[in-house]
Design a protein around this ligand. Structure first.
Ligand SMILES: [Ca+2]
Ligand SMILES: [Ca+2]
Length: 178
């Protein structure tokens, strides 16, 4: 019922699993929507010999006139934490597949932590955090490409005009960081 009183529910069950919270950036300076909306997160959690893989599409508006917190919360069962909630080791390899076609990879992210991952700068085609020769190479590899279903083509079309040409090269040169 939409007219009933508000209720607050709290989950008091013991925390035995592992978790990771990702605050995805976006907006100005990038080619991505705020909070990473539209991105896909792939996460490989490792704890000792245990491995768990998870894939999550980042979206909004899952409830009636509402939305969940814009933080990607992943829960894992790998190497369960002791019931007292004390932390153990374990890390994750996180890949963020941005809607622009760019990709960010983070290795060694500690489990049971919250990390911020900013969307790559506009001209950071290969998503390595800098704008430079690697991005020119990525543009050359996709030169003239028109198949926007290919992530490498979308990433290389920095100005989004549908072709990969000298104007995209100029975007790299004007954003050059090293
Ligand atoms: Ca780059
Ligand atoms: Ca272009």
């Amino acid at each position: 019922m939409h007219s009933g009183p508000l209720k607050l529910f709290r989950n008091d069950t013991p925390r035995v699993g592992r978790w990771l919270q990702l605050e995805l950036g976006g907006g100005s300076g990038s080619r991505c929507a705020p909070h990473g909306i539209g991105a896909v997160v792939e996460c490989e959690a490792l704890d000792g010999d245990a491995v768990e893989v998870m894939r999550r599409w980042v979206h909004s508006g899952s409830g009636y006139q509402s939305s969940s917190e814009p933080v990607v919360h992943l829960g894992f069962g790998v190497g369960n934490s002791p019931p007292d909630g004390s932390k153990r080791g374990g890390s994750a390899r996180v890949r963020v597949l941005w809607p622009s076609g760019q990709t960010t990879v983070r290795d060694g992210v500690a489990l049971d932590s919250r990390v911020a991952i900013a969307a790559p700068a506009r001209a950071d085609v290969d998503g390595d955090g800098t704008v430079g020769a690697g991005d020119l190479s990525a543009i050359m590899a996709a030169w003239g490409g028109m198949d926007r279903a290919q992530r490498s083509v979308r990433a290389a079309d920095i100005d989004g005009d549908g072709v990969i040409d000298a104007r995209d090269v100029l975007e790299v040169l004007s954003g050059w960081t090293h």
